[in-house]
Design a protein around this ligand. Sequence first.
Ligand code: G3H
Length: 482
Amino acid sequence: DGKLEIWEGETEETFSPIYLKTSEGLVRHQIGQFPLLNQEAALSALEAAVKAYDNGRGKWPTMSVGQRIECLQDFAYRMKEKRGIVVNLLMWEIGKSYTDSCKEFDRTVDYIEDTIDALKNLDRVSSRFEISEGVIGQIRRAPLGVVLSMGPANYPLNETFTTLIPALIMGNTVIVKAPRPGVLLNYPLLEAFKEAFPPGVVNTIYGQGRLISPPLMESGKIDALAFIGTSRAANNLKKQHPKSHRLRSILGLEAKNPGIVLPHADLDLAVKECILGTLSYNGQRCTAIKILFVHTAIIDKFLEKFTTAVNNLKFGMPWEDNVFLTPIAEPGKPNYLQELVEDAKQHGAEVINEAGGMINETFFYPAILYPVNDKMKVYSVEQFGPVVPIVPFDDIETPINYLVKSDYGQQVSIFGQNTEAIAQLVDPLVNQVCRVNINSQCQRGPDTFPFTGRKDSAEGTLSVHDALRAFSIRTLVAAKDI
Ligand code: G3H
């Protein structure tokens, strides 16, 4: 309720994925602790958000758009002052490289500015118009109410803010459930939220989602769920709402994006982009390329170049120059990845690169698996880590069918130099995914572009424009004889 209170309840320690050398040997470094809120505390955050919204009559939802923009600008200004500490926390808590941590911070600030610009354009579209003779209409975009925004651990700042910011600017009040890992960067921002927004407008909560999210959803007082994570968790949350037809959901979920390397591909370019697509930030991006289909005519050359490129990738601490592979934050992840590798080996694949699949402290050496087939788990499940399954193909129907049958439909990347062949492939692919990349990796950015997926990959679309629509209702005011 606008007050920063000292939490006297249970807390959880946050350990970095980075090991430090001490006199007692290598130890995982404790970098902080955070309040493990109980259900009562989560419900009081909800009450603060409900009170600030006050059924659409609160100060925030009734403020002019211009005033809300000023608050957002003020917040962006205060946030920029926290760049150093937030970037450090991204490196230490989730093991993201310095370059990528800076990118995550900067694109988030840009997103705030782009959202403000987009809103100005959205307003222009909504100006007055004549509905029929003597009847003047005006479109108003009105808020939904209370939004629960839950971001993921791999992009704890950017992905959280891509729902938080548009929700706020449209006049909603928001509860932000901070991800674990990725929780600590919220601390330096609390003061900025407090200074920039009226009490109860932004409410950050911490703790175990499985304990503190159900009472929020079961209260029936959440009007929109903005969630980035697994489809299973999203479905559970939605089911907890007593009147799910009243709940608007904006979801970013799993993906299994294929890369397709055609016989006429420029192999150096394809390898460079496939390395970025499969392994940047250790493959922990929802937009990563998670399976490669390579034509048999060029498979030997591709494997040789790809393996050499992987062997040359630099492992190291997030702050080191040119580092590419960094410690993995999620404690159970390396073992999970090894299980996928073992399963693939049992079904006939080999790890074709030296040390592939090895665990060293919190590092996981990328495993290139070849040849991969549909009997292996890694063929269809999202690995979300540095494991690269490669499937040889002769017939282009093989990767197309893969997408048709897949539970996911976010993106695809195709690599080739024969323009006609690529053009023919684009048509069947746009019917399966929401972004087709030609000769480049899969990616979300620029964040102003529509970002969504088919099937189990998403619900709703996130671009700055789409997000403004997602967090508001289009209302018509029709005036006769005025
Ligand atoms: O994990 C999902 C992120 O939005 C990915 O963004 O493709 O720009 O890395 P990116």
